[in-house]
Design a protein around this ligand. Structure first.
Ligand code: ATP
Ligand code: MG
Length: 349
C-alpha cells in the first residue's frame, strides 16, 4: 500500500515555427528541479501556421535539442496550438459513465465541432458538477484534426521520441503560469494578474483570476516584426539580423531608431488588449508579467508599466527552481519557457 510509484520522466517540448524548446523537471523538496534544457532554432519554412510542413526537418531540430540537453528521456508532452484544436464545455447527465458517456459526447461533438468527425481526434475530461444544473456534469471536449496530431507525432518519431501527452497550448500556458505565482501579490491566491507571452509571431494576453485563466486573446505581433525592421533598415537577411541582435553588433542608431519604436508598439498592443479585456467588465489586473522572447528586450517591463499604469515585471517560471549543472542555460531562457514548463508539469498529474 505504501509503495511509491516511480514517475516516468517526461520532456516538455514546445514546438513553434521559430524554435524547439525542451525542459525536463523532477520533483524536488516540495517544488521542482530543472534536470535538462535546450532550445534549437527551427529552420525557416518547416512549420507554417501551426502546420508542420517538413516533419523530418522539425525532427532534426528536436533531435539536436534532445542531444544538447543531455537528457535520456524519450517520452514527451507536446501541444497543439489554438487554431488547430477546438475546445468546448458541454453539460452531460451525471449518471452517464464509460462507453455510454463517450457515445453521447461524440454525438454532441459532431453537432458542435466544425470539422468532419472522421478527420478529428477527440478527447474529453469530466471537469466536475455543473454550476447551473446539479444533476449535470461539465465535460470539457477537445477536438483536433488528426492530421495535425499525426504530423507532430511523426516529427517526434523522426527524433526517436514518443508523444506520451498531446495537450492544447492554452492549457499548457495556464499550467505554466502557476510557476509565476512567486511573482504575484499573495502568490496569486484570489488575485487578478495579467500574463503576456510575447513570442516570435504571436503575443498572447491572458488574465489569471486566482491562478485560473479567465480571459485570453492573441494578436499577430511579436519579435519577428523587430527582426523584419532590422532587416529592412540594415539590408540584412533573417538569420543575420537575429545574430546581430543577439550579439549586440548593430549600429548605434538601432536602439533609438528600431528597438524603442518596437517596444512602444508592443506596449500599445498590450494596452489595447487590456482595454478590450476591461470593456468586457474584467477586473483590472494588479500586475503584468511579461514572458516570451520579447520579455528579454531591455526596458520592456518598464515600458508596459508606464503605458498601462500597472506594475510590470519579466516573468520567470524557473524562479523558484534549482537547476542541474547541465541545465544552467535555462536561466537565460527562462521567460521563454512558459509553455514548455506547463507541458513538463504534465509529468506530475
Ligand atoms: N535575448 C533576446 N533578446 C531579444 N529578443 C529575443 C531574445 N531571444 C529571443 N528573442 C526574440 O523572441 C522571439 C522568440 O520568442 P519565443 O521563443 O517566446 O517565441 P516562440 O514561442 O517561438 O513563438 P510564438 O510563441 O510566437 O509561436 C524571436 O522573435 C526572437 O528574436
Ligand atoms: Mg511561444
Amino acid at each position: 500500500m505504501f509503495a511509491t510509484r516511480r514517475r516516468r520522466p517526461l520532456l516538455g517540448l514546445d514546438i513553434t515555427p521559430s524554435s524547439v524548446k525542451l525542459i525536463e523537471l523532477s520533483a524536488h523538496r516540495g517544488g521542482y528541479r530543472v534536470e535538462a534544457f535546450a532550445a534549437e532554432a527551427c529552420p525557416p519554412e518547416t512549420i507554417s501556421d501551426s502546420t508542420i510542413v517538413d516533419a523530418e526537418a522539425v525532427g532534426d531540430a528536436i533531435r539536436r535539442a534532445v542531444r544538447r540537453s543531455g537528457s535520456r528521456t524519450r517520452e514527451a508532452a507536446i501541444a497543439l496550438s489554438g487554431d488547430s484544436a477546438i475546445t468546448r464545455v458541454i453539460e452531460m447527465p451525471r449518471h452517464l459513465r464509460g462507453a455510454e458517456l463517450e457515445e453521447r459526447l461524440e454525438l454532441e461533438a459532431e453537432r458542435r465541432i466544425p470539422f468532419p468527425m472522421e478527420e478529428v481526434s477527440f478527447d474529453f475530461d469530466v471537469v466536475g458538477p455543473s454550476s447551473r444544473h446539479p444533476d449535470m456534469h461539465d465535460v470539457l471536449i477537445v477536438a483536433a484534426r488528426t492530421e495535425n496530431v499525426e504530423q507532430r507525432q511523426a516529427a517526434l518519431e523522426a527524433a526517436g521520441l514518443l508523444a506520451r501527452v498531446v495537450d492544447i497550448e492554452a492549457f499548457a500556458v495556464e499550467k505554466g503560469c502557476r510557476l509565476l505565482s512567486h511573482q504575484m501579490p499573495g502568490a496569486g491566491a484570489g488575485k487578478v494578474v495579467a500574463v503576456v507571452d510575447a513570442g516570435a509571431t504571436t503575443t498572447r494576453f491572458c488574465v489569471l483570476d486566482d491562478l485560473k485563466v479567465s480571459y485570453a486573446r492573441d494578436v499577430a505581433f511579436g519579435g519577428n516584426r523587430l527582426n523584419e525592421d532590422v532587416m529592412r533598415k540594415y539590408g540584412m537577411g533573417f538569420e543575420g539580423a537575429c545574430r546581430a541582435r543577439e550579439r549586440g553588433s548593430l549600429p548605434d542608431d538601432y536602439r533609438t531608431g528600431v528597438l524603442a519604436p518596437f517596444i512602444d508598439a508592443m506596449a500599445e498592443h498590450v494596452g489595447r488588449l487590456l482595454e478590450i479585456y476591461r470593456s468586457s467588465d474584467g477586473a483590472s489586473p494588479e500586475r503584468i508579467l511579461i514572458c516570451g522572447g520579447c520579455a528579454k528586450l531591455p526596458g520592456i517591463a518598464d515600458a508596459l508599466a508606464s503605458h498601462t499604469g500597472i506594475a510590470a515585471a519579466v516573468g520567470n517560471p524557473l524562479g523558484e527552481m534549482r537547476l542541474a549543472p547541465r541545465a544552467e542555460g535555462a536561466h537565460a531562457a527562462a521567460p521563454t519557457l512558459l509553455t514548455a514548463c506547463g507541458l513538463a508539469l504534465r509529468g506530475f498529474d
